[in-house]
Write a protein that binds this ligand. Structure first.
Ligand SMILES: Cc1cc2nc3c(=O)[nH]c(=O)nc-3n(C[C@H](O)[C@H](O)[C@H](O)COP(=O)(O)OP(=O)(O)OC[C@H]3O[C@@H](n4cnc5c(N)ncnc54)[C@H](O)[C@@H]3O)c2cc1C
Length: 502
């Protein structure tokens, strides 16, 4: 699709219908409205050049193997790190294209404050996950409170709750009929059998369930979905949307100040030095192919290709990439991988010289044009207020629709979008302008696997099929939504199979 520069602003978050009141120029200069000036954003990004060359078939040099190994782990996100940790004691290599491990769980810092560029929180829901975190010696604190939401100029603290009698619905700035519709939606949808009718509901669009209800309810989920699972209601599986409605609010959420990137940081920091040497960054895998009983893996490092031969491989990268890299994938599996959908994503971190927000952890701006929600990066340690003169980073989530992906390649376009986002927030909270010191924007082209109808029950069982001794593992094939602990558990299972070849 040919999308001209400056078109990005048009590819707004699905569900947000109103035009932005801002006309912003990039770089914080020459704003066209009375909105206060914001600093130019600093742009961060995943590494993508070699991946694009792979996609375009430009890399053909596959040298003979330079060494023999037991296992190669492709990708160094949560899945890759969890796989590497299980390979301790064997002769393995983990290959990661970026110059750091962590993938979408990646934390950066501003003036000593950690903030995340991706994954925010998790729930240690079952004994398997609790045991894993105990093994990793990682104990994230509990997030206090629910999420707030903003409707037509009013912020409502602790808004969404799966209990229809929760008082927050009575605070909506709408008539009693609308307030009652929120409650009715929860009551009625609770009657749907998410176990017995799982396959049927997974094939349906979530948007089909909003017919006959006030549109503000769908607007809320059109904000919530893109941020959490990459898609608005029309592109979300009804099963996954219903899980969000009825299961997410009551769960006990956990994180560190700085988000889940602190977990991959701590996990990797705990690797013994000799194991860290086995985790190679700046190494983009361009080919994985079976040869007899072995797997040949070729990667680019410092502009040069190298091939290693292994007894098995764990492919811990998303399927949109895996399908280009792994040779001879069976036709139906390759087709299912191609059918997987991924949302592009910008995450903006706004750095303030004092506390500007202290209402709730995650805050949903229903109807906002450039973003969905924002999180005070250190909420989990300062939920009770703390020193209000301390510095604060606000992490702003800005998922985009798939058609916006080409625009993310244009730095100026992205800077313009981050400027528009900061301005939209400042229009909402004029007091923030005087304290905003920096804006940092992180972009990813295929960040979030979308929980589209059928992705869970139709595509995932096919995309994750073993090609022994090659095993697939990534958060895009490990459950209803892309999720950190499922990614780790899936990788551990795949690695156990790989280690059987050793
Ligand atoms: C903005 C955002 C917010 C999120 N919020 C949450 C949240 O709150 N909670 C939650 O649980 N999850 C969240 N997620 C989902 C998150 O992606 C997972 O939690 C987790 O990061 C998945 O880990 P992974 O290893 O499966 O995948 P990834 O993080 O995608 O890791 C894959 C790794 O493979 C590397 N790679 C790709 N291709 C190659 C190649 N050819 N060669 C070598 N390396 C390669 C990538 O650079 C990357 O490091 C969020 C995601 C995003 C984008």
């Amino acid at each position: 699709m040919d999308i001209s520069r400056r078109s990005f602003i048009k590819w707004v978050i699905a569900g947000a219908a109103t035009a932005s009141p801002f006309g912003c120029a990039p770089g914080g200069e020459g704003r066209k409205t009375g909105a206060p000036s914001v600093p130019a954003a600093r742009l961060g990004s995943e590494e993508k050049k070699v991946c694009h060359d792979v996609r375009d078939g430009l890399l053909k040099s596959l040298p003979p193997p330079s060494r023999n190994l037991d296992v190669v782990v492709v990708g160094g996100g949560t899945s890759g790190l969890a796989a590497a940790e299980r390979c301790f004691g064997s002769d393995y290599l983990m290959l990661e294209k970026d110059d750091h491990v962590g993938g979408n769980c990646w934390t950066e810092s501003w003036e000593g404050l950690d903030y995340c560029t991706g994954s925010a929180w998790l729930a240690l829901e079952n004994d398997e996950v609790k045991a894993l975190f105990k093994r990793w010696k990682i104990d994230p604190p509990i997030i206090k409170g629910n999420d707030s939401a903003h409707f037509d100029g009013k912020w409502i603290k602790d808004f969404w709750n799966s209990d229809p009698d929760y008082p927050s619905y009575g605070q909506l700035p709408y008539s009693k009929t609308v307030q009652d519709d929120f409650r009715r939606f929860i009551r009625e949808t609770k009657k749907l059998d998410r176990v017995k009718d799982a396959a049927k509901l997974d094939a349906m669009a979530f948007s089909d369930l909003f017919q006959g209800y006030d549109p503000h309810i769908q607007a809320y989920w059109d904000t919530f979905g893109p941020s959490n699972w990459g898609s608005a209601t029309k592109d979300t599986s009804a099963l996954i949307g219903l899980n969000g409605v009825h299961e997410w609010a009551p769960c006990e959420r956990r994180t560190f100040a700085g988000g889940l990137g602190m977990i991959t940081r701590q996990l990797y920091a705990g690797f013994p030095e000799d194991q860290k040497k086995r985790c190679v960054t700046g190494a983009t895998v361009i080919s994985v192919r079976r040869e007899g009983k072995r797997v040949l893996v070729t990667f680019m490092k410092d502009g040069r290709p190298e091939t290693v031969s292994a007894k098995a491989a764990v492919i811990a990268i998303p399927k949109y990439m895996a399908r280009h890299v792994v040779a001879d994938i069976p036709e139906d599996q390759a087709k299912a991988m191609k059918a997987m959908r991924y949302a592009p994503y910008l995450v903006h971190n706004l750095c303030f010289d004092k506390v500007v927000w202290n209402l709730n952890y995650d805050n949903w701006a229903v109807g906002a044009r450039h973003f969905t929600d924002f999180i005070p990066a250190d909420w989990v340690t300062h939920a009770d207020g703390g020193d209000l003169n301390r510095k604060q980073v606000i992490t702003v989530y800005a998922p985009k629709i798939e058609a916006a992906r080409p625009d993310l390649l244009d730095d100026e376009e992205v800077l313009e979008e981050s400027h528009a986002t900061a301005n939209e927030l400042i229009e909402m909270f004029p007091g923030w302008a005087d304290h905003l010191r920096e804006v940092r924007t992180y972009r990813r082209g295929h960040a979030m696997p979308m929980s589209a109808p059928g992705s869970l029950s139709r595509l995932q069982p096919v995309t994750q099929r073993d090609m022994a001794p090659i095993y697939f593992s990534h958060s895009d094939n490990c459950g209803p939504v892309s999720d950190m602990y499922e990614a780790a558990l899936g990788a551990i299972k795949a690695t156990a199979k790989a280690l059987q070849h050793v």
